[in-house]
Design a protein around this ligand. Structure first.
Ligand SMILES: Cc1cc2nc3c(=O)[nH]c(=O)nc-3n(C[C@H](O)[C@H](O)[C@H](O)COP(=O)(O)OP(=O)(O)OC[C@H]3O[C@@H](n4cnc5c(N)ncnc54)[C@H](O)[C@@H]3O)c2cc1C
Length: 381
């Protein structure tokens, strides 16, 4: 039976970037997905690569350094799948003019007249232009990332670990990385509380030239290589504890009969930014992205919460137990909660996770699974 160095469960942005990094470092890698490549949140993604403005803080610093890393990464890895024309950020209720003005990312204010000079189709808007922004084809990028890995169209229901390897139908793996997005994890990780946020993207044929990406509460893309544009937004949140979250929102009862309204809403909001002529909606995508309360993604070893607490019940009273004494599932790792910028952050996260696994480099605290473990263990009930 074939034994891989790594099995990655989940072929979205998180899993495919992890697989690619490991494969390039010389390891044998298999990727398994129950629905196919980029069929979860990643398939529905814009996928816009945009900076995060605002007064500098640890979160937007992380996002903006991840953006620099990922733009360079994708431009080298898949130059034909990325269009880098920049983004115009238009103020909205969450992101007002003050926030857009007060940041240290290079930008240029463009007033309404200047925008109309660029294209008569712009509505009466103004905004801040950031050069370092792009859109990519999420499906083709994920496919390319794993082209040198073995892909299994396969749902993993449980993990069986024997004699140093995990055993699956027809193959084995020495290490496993969980990259499951919003789907219920196959081992218990109660300290990683994922909230699914749902969204819709449409591909639209239009005769209008959109010079760059435009972002307000929704995102409108520049014309991609096939000349279509994408319009997308993730907004809706529903309590997933009441129903199982499926990979594809097309199968979810929450969305039954909601399609038409969502598409019309996207087109209406797009028209408030730019007039799109001769439109035809060519494809509709729906999906959910995974987010946790801190907004930071999470990477690291998978801690066995129950066993660790059983071993050191005094953690709950604040006793400091160092991470190396906790109980971990053997050779099991996680990369998840990529949030609204999953394609922006995944290349850097994959690198950080794999460097911890292969080179024992420490993961930045704000991203680590251990931080979430201690937070839950010490929470006052
Ligand atoms: C509508 C929408 C628009 C978005 N727009 C952008 C954007 O413009 N820019 C951006 O950077 N990000 C965007 N995002 C966010 C981004 O898509 C996500 O953060 C990212 O794709 C998450 O990737 P992932 O690999 O963690 O999860 P997913 O892509 O959801 O992948 C998880 C995969 O795991 C598989 N899986 C789960 N459990 C199992 C199992 N037991 N066995 C086998 N397979 C399993 C699933 O089938 C799924 O394919 C958007 C998201 C949505 C929904």
């Amino acid at each position: 039976m074939k034994i891989y160095d790594f099995l990655i469960i989940g072929a979205g942005s998180a899993g495919c970037n992890s697989a690619s990094y490991l494969q390039k470092r010389g390891f044998s890698v298999a990727v398994a997905d129950k629905e196919g490549v980029a069929s979860g949140g990643s398939g529905a993604a814009g996928a816009f690569l945009s900076p995060l403005a605002g007064v500098q803080n640890s979160y937007n610093s992380f996002i903006n350094s991840a953006l620099e890393y990922s733009l360079d990464f994708y431009e080298k890895m898949a130059p034909s799948e990325i269009v880098k024309n920049g983004v115009l950020r238009v103020a909205n209720d969450n992101f007002g003019t003050t926030k857009l003005k007060t940041n240290n990312i290079k930008n240029r204010y463009i007033n309404t007249k200047e925008l109309k000079d660029i294209s008569q189709n712009f509505a009466n808007i103004d905004g801040y232009f950031y050069e370092n922004a792009a859109i990519l084809n999420p499906y083709n990028v994920c496919k390319k990332l794993i082209e040198k890995c073995d892909f299994y169209y396969y749902g993993v229901d449980e993990l069986k670990y024997e004699n140093g390897s995990y055993i699956f139908d027809g193959f084995m793996a020495k290490n496993v990385i969980l990259a499951q997005g919003v789907i219920k994890p196959i081992v218990s990780t109660p300290y990683i509380k994922i909230a699914p946020i749902f969204g819709v993207k449409i591909d639209v044929k239009t005769t209008t030239k959109v010079p760059f990406n435009i972002h307000k509460s929704i995102s409108v893309s520049t014309n991609k290589n096939d000349s279509t544009i994408s319009i997308g937004a993730t907004k809706e949140r529903h309590d997933a504890t009441e129903m199982e979250c499926l990979t594809s929102c097309d199968k979810c009862a929450f969305y039954v009969n909601s399609e038409q309204g969502q598409v019309e809403e996207l087109l209406r909001e797009a028209r408030e930014l730019i007039e799109l002529e001769n439109i035809e909606v060519s494809k509709i995508y729906r999906g959910a992205r995974a987010t946790i309360k801190s907004y930071f993604p999470v990477i690291g070893k998978v801690i066995d919460y129950d066993e660790s607490i059983k071993k050191y019940p005094s953690i709950k009273n604040g006793t400091k137990i160092p991470p190396e004494l906790l109980t971990y599932f053997p050779n099991l790792y996680i990369i998840n909660a990529l949030g609204s910028r999953g394609f922006v952050v995944a290349p850097l996260l994959a690198k950080l996770l794999c460097e911890e696994i292969l080179d024992s480099k420490k993961i930045p605290q704000e991203l680590s699974s251990e931080k979430l473990f201690y937070k839950m263990a010490r929470a006052k009930l």
